[in-house]
Write a protein that binds this ligand. Structure first.
Ligand SMILES: *Cc1c(COP(=O)(O)O)cnc(C)c1O
Length: 388
């Protein structure tokens, strides 16, 4: 009897010897919190975006970065911020941190991104900002969204947790005309620092506020004081800030993950292309691809089971687990979670496209640490469940 194959997890990071050596170097250096490597990581990120002048602010999560960006543009009680119901709660919770309210809108079923017609319909006199989410790594139509924002005098903060390195009209997400863009380096994202994020902006005033609020509302950070030639013990508190700085231990990982991102991206694209070809004849809705010439980061590979599929989504995921393969669902939409549902009296009928997508969707494993044999194993299991 052959032994069963080991469980294939839904996601795994790929950490190499260079990352490990850089972390060890940091640990031996005597400077483990925010310092020279966090600064280098910020500079390297600006270089990756091919915008040496853009401000990159390293933070300990994308959630922190979104909070800082909204705080810096002055979101507060009485304000409304529009976002998609089909996202992770972090996108919306940061609005509530600031005492403002969230207006959730449905998705476009073709892209699974926020429906821009519904964004426009949801604008009220209290609306101050829009948070688009580039779902799975497929960029939102930012030209259209920025046009809506301009016409209504709204600010735009992009939740780009999935969108490194995605493009729209051949421009990298992070370099468009929004107020700020926030990337995530959580364990399962397209590159990781364990926990971490990057707030990117061209607005110098926003950047200055975010840097101060990132570290307790201090007008000088610890590394500046440590390395300054003038007396370094003195600082001033100018606001009740947060504790959102990225450690040098995490930045050490980021420096090398960022170097590997082009290779990671090529591998993700190859796996996605293999899946697209292998599932084309099954009773499924394949994930939408980026327009010709643009890049989809393929953070997630989300299949939707067609009404003609022989089993439903829950049975499909059970079948995959029985075959030793981890799957996930992105996401249980916000309108179904007790907090969001009850605060705003939300009902599934208000979000028919997100609801239908949620009920039929499954995220398959897609990550750089998968071997070709792992990819073929996933394909075999999916076909066995859906060919019937
Ligand atoms: C992962 C994720 C976040 C939060 O990122 P953290 O770095 O874990 O704070 C926010 N929004 C979306 C859409 C995400 O997938």
């Amino acid at each position: 009897m052959s032994s069963p194959l080991p469980f294939l997890p839904f996601a795994l990071p790929e950490i190499g010897d260079d990352e490990i050596a850089e972390v060890v170097d940091t640990l031996k250096s005597g400077w483990v919190t925010t310092g020279p490597k966090a600064k280098r990581f910020e500079a390297a990120f600006a270089e990756f975006l091919n915008e040496p002048q853009i401000e990159c602010i390293a933070v300990n999560s994308a959630t922190a970065g979104l909070h800082l960006a909204l705080e810096a543009i002055g979101i507060g009680p009485g304000d409304e911020v529009i976002t998609t119901t089909h996202t992770f709660t972090a996108t919306a919770e940061v609005v509530r941190y600031l005492g403002a309210d969230v207006r959730l809108v449905d998705i476009d079923p073709a892209t699974l991104n926020i429906d821009l017609a519904q964004v426009e319909a949801a604008i009220t006199p209290r609306t101050r900002a829009i948070i688009p989410v580039h779902y799975a790594g497929l960029a939102v139509d930012m030209l259209e969204l920025l046009d809506i924002a301009r016409r209504h005098g709204l600010r735009v903060v992009e939740d780009a947790a999935h969108a490194l390195p995605s493009t729209i009209e051949k421009e990298l997400i992070g370099t468009l005309g929004s107020d700020a863009t926030v990337f995530s380096f959580y364990a399962n994202k397209t590159m990781t620092t364990g926990e971490g994020g990057m707030l990117v902006t061209r607005n110098a005033q926003l950047a200055k506020r975010a840097r101060v609020m990132r570290l307790h509302g201090m007008n000088r950070d610890a590394f500046d004081r440590f390395t300054a030639k003038v007396p370094s013990w003195y600082y001033e508190i100018v606001a009740p800030g947060y504790k959102y700085n990225l450690t040098d231990i995490a930045a050490a990982l980021g420096l090398h993950q960022l170097k590997r991102l082009p290779a990671f991206q090529a591998r993700r694209e190859a796996i996605a292309a293999r899946y697209q070809a292998a599932f084309a004849d099954l009773p499924v809705i394949l994930p939408p691809e980026a327009p010709e010439g643009d890049t989809h980061s393929w953070h997630l590979y989300v299949l939707r089971l067609a009404d003609t599929a022989p089993i439903d989504r829950d049975a499909f995921i059970e079948g995959m687990f029985a075959a030793g393969i981890g799957c996930s669902v992105h996401y249980v939409p916000l309108h179904l979670h007790p907090y969001w549902r009850d605060r705003y009296g939300l009902m599934p009928e208000q979000f028919p496209h997100s609801q239908k997508a949620f009920e039929t969707m499954v995220s398959l494993p897609l990550y750089t640490a998968m071997s070709d044999a792992d990819v073929e194993r996933v394909i075999g299991a999916v076909r066995a469940l859906l060919e019937a």
